[in-house]
Design a protein around this ligand. Sequence first.
Ligand code: SF4
Length: 422
Amino acid sequence: MSNDAPVRVVTFGCRMNAYESELMRAHAEEAGLADAIIVNTCAVTAEAERQTRQTIRKLHRENPQAKIIVTGCAAQLAPAAYAEMEGVARVLGNREKLTAAAYAEDGGEAIRVTDVMTARETSAHLLEGFEGRSRAFVQVQQGCDHRCTFCIIPFARGPNRSQPPERIVREIRAVLEGGTPEIVLTGVDVTAYGADAPGLPPLGGLVRRLLDEIPEMTRLRLTSLDPVEIDDALFRLLVTEPRLMPHVHLSVQAGDDMILKRMKRRHNRADVLSLARALRAERPDIALGADIIAGFPTETDEMFRNGLALIDEAEITHLHVFPFSPRPGTPAARMPQVKGDAVKERARALREAGARRMAALLSTWVGRTATMVVENHGQGRTDHYLPVRIDENALTRAPAVGTVAAVEISGHDGATLHGTPA
Ligand code: SF4
């Protein structure tokens, strides 16, 4: 790796990590860090950690001179384990990784990880935009005060902390000036926005303020929402505001009340159904997505069938299925586990149900004109967050990456729409 090689950042996990990786890249470049690779890790599943370790070994093999800096949730939870790995020069916690000092070549401690549960600050850095991206993730909140029994995130990310609204406004304006057409508000538990700071509005109030103060923001999305923590103002905006894209992703996790209880979730099955119906009653074309865990401990066949049926009853099209992965230190890891084959089979059945619903939604778009944000050459996502690609024979007329364009839909392949520029 040559001295002036740009800082390489390898990112695992969520949109929040993607957002923070951009901040870390800016800090590291500011600190003049050279010959280094930053690995921003995820600890949400055992599989995510396995991939992280495999990648660190590969990076060291391919770049034996490079200093590997490991950050993120896995580093926060098990710093010593990563510091022992070959090629790893430094391990940074989730707080430290967002400070410029952490990247200085100062010969200091290899492990720089403090107790994140005492964190009260939010990141201070102003993001200048994403490199060549069609949408930018803007962090509005950090950490989580809930204790879902399967989740390790609060112990890696600390308590709920909201970004001041004026900073979010500045950040979004800077990103839009940079030419990125779409904004995604992100966080660990965004519906908890404002709960930690008296005087701050809940998420609905924040979104209202952003829409009022940034008229040039024409395309806004929200990351996963807790079904029972959507405040009234937010609900009104979701069903009436055209600048809020007609796609809502819900952190559902299961479709059986006993399992939801054992997960320590705040909602039950009926809450999800009544929310889905209320959203559609006022915005009939709204597309719904959900995160669902397959094979949570103690889940019987009947409990699983209740979850599977929810996909159709709530008409969920954008389904993210997570086979249960016991995280050491969580209550769920100590519960009686469902057999591995059953977990796999249930995940397969859930994905199949989601794919069937998605294909049905895609069919309703054939013969219509959709608006897409172009992510890569000839590919992108529509307002309803449906994948779309420009037909081969029309690629020469494909709209530019990072632009918003109309596309006449002529068909789909079950997973992706296709068509020609309108
Ligand atoms: S709400 Fe639950 S699942 Fe989400 S980060 Fe918090 S503890 Fe984890």
